[in-house]
Design a protein around this ligand. Structure first.
Ligand code: XIL
Length: 381
């Protein structure tokens, strides 16, 4: 796969067609690809992202639910929006619960787990031949009040984390391909979050290695990741991961991957050394992944339409991000943080920005979608 990937870089062109009626595109979710290395010889044209993806390369989406969705006027997206659900199955070969495996959602009270929504996602993935990325086990955010405001001793907290990891990872053992074990443990300066991360604050940095060990015991087949934002480029934050990972590997801790979230804004430009950054982690023997890609842009008003130039710039960012991952051996999992603006977290968290995903609120494909499709197709031909 490595050589194949390498030779195909930069071949894809930026598609310019904008609105394609998604409803016209039929096909079962797991469409068999034609025989032969590419299928292109027979004139076969992929119609969905997962069809277009090279063998062994998964293209994923977050599955909307929980988090900000709970405050929105629409019903719970994944169980209720049939068109959305259909596209999750048809377009993607990997799914990530957007919030449904986070502590506050799956473990709302100390003695209560809420597994049903996560179970439904894992079942859907199995039925549709999809991988699952588990998200997340050790994080400073979206923890339940009983935990953050509890009055626990260090020993109790350690047991709480161990039980949680053993229970959640164990429940889905064999069904989750990659787990974001530790999420966002460094700040932008590359310092460990010793204040706002309850685990690191109360238990010290050594708890990170323990979290990986416990996850590995609960599911020896899952690849275990560090995941963060603002680590696309080489800089203080990604350097901190680079140093920590080397230390943990030297200590024999089961760390298998480093992933970049990829929450981009056209305000800040494209992270130019993304490929080199992924490559240096790959060179340590790790898998790498893109886990939460979206590309937001400034809009004159909430819900306003982007200009063609903005959409072209967005498509260019998506395409270059994908090309960087395709170019790096072991970067085999590429996930969008949602694929339709209908459910994007962006306008809620970045009020003057929006249009961050590859489809409109009506599921019309943007140039970014076409760019991903063309780039994937070029990488498998
Ligand atoms: C976001 C979700 O998309 C929202 O629904 C939720 O309200 C807040 O969290 N980094 C992460 C993701 O690791 O879990 C976050 O997801 C986005 C930033």
């Amino acid at each position: 796969m490595h050589n194949l990937k390498k030779s195909l870089l930069g071949v894809a062109t930026l598609a310019t067609a904008f609105v394609l009626p998604v409803g016209l595109l039929g096909g079962a979710p797991a469409v068999a690809k034609p025989d032969g290395p590419s299928g292109a010889a027979a004139g076969w044209q992929p119609k969905t992202l997962r069809q277009a993806a090279p063998d062994g390369f998964v293209i994923g989406t977050a599955v909307a639910g929980g988090g900000h969705h709970l405050d929105m006027p629409y019903p719970d997206p994944f169980p209720n929006d049939r068109r959305y659900r259909h596209l999750v199955g048809k377009e993607f070969s990997s799914v990530s619960p957007e919030n449904q495996m986070k502590w506050e959602f799956i473990h709302p009270e100390q003695d209560t787990y809420n597994f049903a929504p996560a179970d439904a996602i894992v079942k859907f993935a199995r039925q549709h031949g999809q991988q699952v990325r588990g998200h997340t086990l050790l994080w400073h955010s979206q923890n339940p009040a009983w935990l953050e405001q509890g009055d626990f001793t260090a020993e109790e907290l350690r047991a709480i984390l161990r039980d949680h990891i053993t229970t959640v990872v164990g429940r889905y053992a064999g069904q989750i391909d990659q787990w974001d074990v530790a999420n966002e443990i460094f700040d932008d300066a590359g310092n460990l979050r010793t204040t706002d991360n309850i685990w690191i604050r109360e238990l010290g940095a050594g708890i990170i290695a323990d979290a990986f060990r416990w996850a590995h015991e609960a599911d020896p087949d899952a690849l275990l990741f560090f995941n963060d934002y603002n680590v696309e480029s080489i800089g203080p934050k990604s350097n901190a991961y680079y140093a920590l990972v080397q230390q943990l590997l030297a200590d024999g801790v089961p760390v298998h991957g480093f992933s970049v979230q990829g929450h981009l804004s056209t305000r800040y430009g494209f992270p130019g050394d993304l490929q080199a950054n992924l490559q240096r982690f790959s060179d340590l023997g790790l898998s790498t992944a893109v886990t939460e890609l979206d590309v937001r842009m400034d809009l004159p008003a909430a819900g306003a339409s982007p200009t063609p130039a903005q959409l072209a710039q967005q498509a260019d960012y998506y395409q270059r991000f994908l090309e960087a991952c395709l170019a790096v051996e072991g970067c085999d999992s590429f996930t969008l943080w949602g694929f339709t603006d209908k459910y994007s977290w962006v306008p809620v968290f970045f009020p003057t920005e929006g249009s961050a995903t590859v489809m409109t609120e009506d599921f019309e494909r943007k140039p970014a979608y076409d760019a991903l499709l063309a780039t994937l197709a070029a990488a498998r031909s």
